[in-house]
Design a protein. Sequence first.
Length: 168
Amino acid sequence: MTPVPAQPTPSSPAPQQPVVPDQTQAAQPEANKPLITPPEPPPSKLRAAGWVSVASAVALITGGAVVGLGAQSRADEIRRRTTLVSGDQPLVYTDSEREAYTTLQSEGRSYNTAAISLFAVGGVAAATAITLFVVDFVRKPKSEPAKQVLLLPSVSPGSVGLSVVGGL
């Protein structure tokens, strides 16, 4: 059986040893402290305008797709009306059929023109957004690595000193 070392009792304080700062401990940040980062600056006006252009491009292209579906619907209706047959004979082309055909054709052309216009303006908005983001990136000042200087006190049994670590 091995003897158990005597433990200090709560009433008798443990002997204290002098604390000497160590240079390796002072150079490292404490592990339990959170790193404090400065808040990011607000976005530049160019970046904000770029995001507005992105939103506009998405809205315009979506609108162009919806209007384009309206034009396609008119074309499908014209195709359906012109290919219907009654028995083995095609339908008789009456004045009401002519009017409906002319109306569908006119609406289809208008919707098609509007869809193409919305797609074109949406493309211009997307190109504007890309240009704004690129200009914002080029104008942004390049951040240099932070230069850090640490002053570390050193104490040893025969000397006291101050060490400088880092660069200017």
